[in-house]
Design a protein around this ligand. Structure first.
Ligand code: F6P
Length: 516
């Protein structure tokens, strides 16, 4: 057995042999919260409500060492080609000014200046009133999340809308009520081969009509593809194949944010991420926020056997966080084969969630009493950005109450005490009890400034990287999205009247039904 496999087994055995009870861990150590809380770049991460003790942490750090996490971390920042299946480096931190060689640094700095100059020009000219950002997946989710988040501290100078889905309603909604003469359409696609984006881009071009030459620009790592699509070379903003789509909001993919909110805000966003990069690169594992988050997730997934991870932002301005993280984590680590093609075992859990408090009135019933439940990341913001401090206090009270309730639960004996004399006590008391001991992490952000939000997103990026290393998968490719795309091409030609192809009887019947 390899050192890594031995360390992995040891961690799993420990989790199995010693089921930890959170309330006992707290009772046994008055300093637990202080010991298990880390702070970095305006984010406090409280891991004390995770079912971890010193032995568990030691086993997890041993595992990280056995996986040569330090070595991989150095490779990431040095620009080594760690995306082996596509033979590419992975240098999104370089977009924030951390890592990469002199050529990379120079290319990034030129692009950052060009973006800022262009954003300033558009903002000062006042010719445009609105932006329609066309893109999907990594070319959509980051900008969409951050467009909301920036609203906490700034106003949009231009209205910013998004069109992503190939469903025609998506581009219709985005264009509805806008004036082609005063709308800038930004078509964003790393590959410029994405069906949804090309169709929405075509629809937007038709809608722009005589303005399409001047009011449509592109962002892509495939300059020729953008030109073939009809965008003039001077209207194309490039990025590089070493920026993964789901890690690309920091590149020209974020141009619509720069224009809508101004280059200074965007620079602050990059600066916050850069701080988290430096922390991740330099801090010891036990003081390292992304490493701790990642290892906690490994413990929950591979040690305790949880199949999903909920992320609940108690902040309306972060309501797209779980959708963003679904792509970041599940497209990165949703794999069953390792970098060498062998079985990777149990990898990325399902990532899901919605904003608090809304989720409390939907799926929290399952979190408290369902089987098996799920670990939760509670993301809260100390500062009120709504101008309604009474609402903000209520929001935070709900957030803190939920993690407390998940942990302490409510015993059946206590429920029986409360129900004494009730004729239905035997049937009802078990239903009213809460098992408790359900793990969570609380991330408390000082505020929702672009800097803090930048640090938060970089935190999750590095968490994802660390988990990919522990699971032994390539976090930077996504072969699993290909098959469906190919089959959709075949079916589309049939729906457009082409010759019928061979399908299973279910798929054939669905096609036939639509064709009538
Ligand atoms: O289908 C998945 C995917 O390839 C993602 O990885 C990517 O973010 C998205 O499609 C959009 O790709 P592109 O930016 O090349 O249009």
């Amino acid at each position: 057995m390899s050192t890594r496999d031995t360390a992995f087994k040891a961690m799993q055995n420990l989790a199995k042999q010693n089921p930890l009870k959170l309330t006992e861990l707290f009772a046994g150590d008055p300093d637990r919260t202080a010991k298990m809380t880390l702070e970095q770049s305006g984010i406090i991460a409280d891991f004390s409500k995770q079912r971890l003790d010193d032995a568990a942490l030691a086993a997890l750090f041993d595992l990280a060492k056995a996986c040569d996490l330090s070595g991989w971390r150095s490779k990431l920042f040095s620009g080594a080609k760690i995306n082996t299946s596509e033979d590419r480096a992975v240098l999104h931190p370089a977009l924030r000014g951390v890592g990469g060689d002199d050529d990379v640094k120079a290319a990034v700095s030129t692009m950052r200046s060009r973006m800022a100059d262009y954003a300033d020009k558009i903002r000062s000219e006042g010719r445009f009133k609105s932006i329609v950002h066309v893109g999907i997946g990594g070319s959509d989710l980051g900008p969409r999340l951050i467009a909301d988040a920036f609203l906490a501290t700034a106003e949009q100078a231009l209205e910013l809308r998004f069109a992503e889905n190939v469903d025609g309603a998506s581009i219709n909604d985005a264009l509805e009520g806008l004036d082609p003469a005063t709308t800038l359409v930004i078509v964003v696609s790393k590959s410029f081969g994405t069906q949804e984006t090309k169709m929405n881009g075509d629809a937007a071009r038709d809608w722009l009509g005589e303005h399409s030459g001047s009011n449509m620009i592109a962002v892509s790592a495939n300059n020729q593809g953008a030109q073939d699509f009809g965008i003039a070379p001077e209207n194309i903003f490039d990025f590089w194949d070493w920026v993964g789509g789901r890690y690309s909001v920091w590149s020209a993919v974020g141009l619509s944010l720069q224009i809508a909110y101004g280059p200074d805000l965007f620079e602050d966003f990059l600066a916050g991420a850069a701080e988290m990069d430096a922390h991740f690169r330099d801090a010891e594992f036990d003081k390292n926020l992304p490493v701790m988050m990642a290892l906690t997730g490994i413990w929950n997934r591979n040690g305790l056997g949880y199949t999903s991870q909920a992320v609940i932002p108690y902040a309306r301005r972060l309501r797209k966080l779980s959708a963003f993280l679904q792509q970041l984590e599940m497209e990165s680590n949703g794999k069953s084969k390792g970098r060498d093609g062998t079985d990777a075992g149990t990898t990325c859990p399902i990532i899901w969630g919605d904003e608090g408090t809304n989720g409390q009135h939907a799926f929290f019933q399952w979190l408290h009493q369902g089987t098996p439940g799920a670990p939760v990341d509670f993301v809260a913001v100390a500062e009120d950005h709504s101008g309604r401090p009474d609402h903000h206090r209520a929001l935070l009270a709900n957030c803190f109450a939920q993690s407390e309730a998940l942990m302490v639960g409510k015993s059946e004996s206590l429920v029986r005490e409360e129900m004494k004399g009730d004729a239905n006590i035997d049937g009802l008391a078990p239903q009213k009890a809460f098992p408790g001991n359900r793990p969570s992490t609380t991330l408390l952000l000082d505020n929702l400034s672009p800097r803090t939000v930048g640090a938060l997103i970089a935190l999750y990026e590095h968490k994802t990287f660390v988990q990919g290393i522990i699971w032994g998968v390539n976090s930077f490719d996504q072969w699993g999205v290909q098959l469906g795309k190919v089959l959709a091409g075949t079916i589309l030609s049939e729906l457009e009247g082409g010759a019928p192809q061979s399908h299973d009887s279910s798929t054939a019947a669905l096609i036939k039904r639509v064709l009538g």
